[in-house]
Write a protein that binds this ligand. Structure first.
Ligand SMILES: [Zn+2]
Length: 426
């Protein structure tokens, strides 16, 4: 029997409104008419890229995947290696069942032995691609066949955080389809996320990135047509998280510092004190290390909420039950949907309690990492032989997606948090 093919494209920080913008473009129109649209996905908490992608490839929450942060503890080193994920992935199941597998920049899959053609996500420029990627699972064959012909596309880009190599990523995925015809292909470009971080959720540049991305997706889908697999390929175009536009941060940790709850060094790094704060992009885990100050911490947070300062918090019990958020903490402090609270909340980087992004600069920008219930929401469209035609669902949990896609391959993933979405399958 002919094996089904599956492409999962994760366009980082794409939101429902992007699909609405693109809905009359030929490929999107076709996918909406002939396939499935899940308007909003309920992602995981924290809604950061690496934890999200670990969930998107396993169907499990962070307390099972083991990936609840982008970075290794206390560092700014990305958790890029596959062994960060503590459960079997869809790739592992696919490989066990005889499928060939490929990846271009899907996070947390560095060194994955079950990926036949792997260009893992590492943030280094063209000069270090060969060295770093080969150390983490890219074969010489993939380097010569796929990377070298597209290496020019990486010129002029920065490294982590800025615009990177999105046209390179799309080109490599397209070429892998044409050259290797893998059964499973994962791809993760990031232009929308990068632009939204700079501008806020909507801007002319964001629209430009969206239009460019659409053209790249068309090229990828055309490659599927070229190899004659259009009718045998389930093609998923989804995203990991949304973003929200932020104009002001509420820097509640400054108050903590002023009250002696947090100590910092001269660079603003937290080095001690009776409270430990772990900021994500747009939320902060607070762990009370000395019970003596617990009531004080709670009162400060409660007062901020009562005075509508821009934050809310969840208890550990609530966060574990509702969001399956692992780790040692007492309060999970989140944005109220208007203010930013996380990444820029390090006390000494900041002059005042309410502030714009940089002193004297009024600038909108975008952020994620808050609760999955606030901000603009991630989305999914899909087309292929296993999907019903013209089905639209309003909201579905992201952990259901990999489990559902496994079923398209005739695979049951055991012991998952997600369930199969029978209502979208034929
Ligand atoms: Zn992301």
């Amino acid at each position: 029997m002919k094996k089904r093919k599956l492409i999962i494209l994760s366009l980082d920080a794409m939101i429902k409104e992007d699909i609405e913008y693109l809905k009359d473009k030929p490929l999107v129109k076709k996918m909406l008419n002939d396939g499935v649209w899940i308007k909003t996905l309920k992602t995981i908490y924290p809604a950061n890229t690496y934890p999200c992608h670990a969930s998107m490839i396993t169907g499990c929450y962070p307390n099972k995947t083991g990936v609840d942060t982008n970075f290794y503890q206390g560092t700014s080193t990305w958790r890029a290696e596959r062994d960060n994920i503590k459960v079997k992935t869809l790739i592992d199941y696919a490989k066990e069942n005889g499928y060939t597998t490929a990846n271009v920049f899907w996070p947390v899959l560095g060194g994955d032995k079950n990926i036949d053609y792997n260009i893992p996500e590492y943030f280094c420029g063209a000069d270090c691609f060969k060295e770093v990627l080969q150390k983490h699972g890219m074969t010489e064959q993939v380097y010569q066949d796929i990377v070298v012909p597209n290496l020019d596309l990486t010129k002029g880009y920065g490294t982590a955080g800025g615009f990177y190599t999105d046209d390179f990523i799309f080109a490599c995925a397209r070429d892998m389809v044409l050259k290797y015809q893998p059964d499973i292909l994962l791809i993760h470009p990031c232009p929308l996320d990068s632009q939204r971080h700079q501008d806020g959720v909507f801007s002319d540049n964001v629209t430009k990135r969206l239009e460019e991305s659409y053209e790249y997706v068309v090229q990828l889908y055309d490659a599927v047509k070229q190899i004659g697999e259009e009718d045998n390929t389930d093609f998923i175009w989804m995203s990991d998280h949304g973003q929200m536009t932020i104009e002001y941060w509420y820097r509640f940790l400054v108050n903590f510092k002023n009250e002696g709850l947090i100590e910092t060094d001269k660079d603003g790094n937290m080095i001690g004190g009776p409270v430990k704060a772990t900021p994500f992009n747009n939320s902060v885990k607070i762990q009370v290390l000395d019970n003596f100050v617990y009531d004080k911490v709670k009162k400060m947070l409660d007062d901020d909420i009562a005075n509508k300062k821009g934050i809310i918090y969840y208890s550990k019990e609530y966060a574990e039950k509702e969001f399956h958020t692992p780790g040692d903490f007492d309060f999970l402090v989140d944005s109220d949907g208007n203010y930013g609270v996380g990444r820029e909340a390090y006390p000494d980087q900041l002059g005042n309690i309410y502030s714009t992004y940089a002193p004297g600069v009024v600038k909108k920008f975008g952020e994620h990492g808050h609760s999955p219930e606030i901000g603009y929401q991630p989305t999914l469209i899909a087309i292929g032989p296993d999907f019903k035609q013209g089905v639209t669902l309003d909201r579905v949990e992201t952990v259901n997606i990999p489990v559902t896609l496994a079923k398209c391959l005739g695979i049951t993933m055991e012991d998952r948090d997600g369930v199969v979405l029978e209502e979208i399958l034929k």
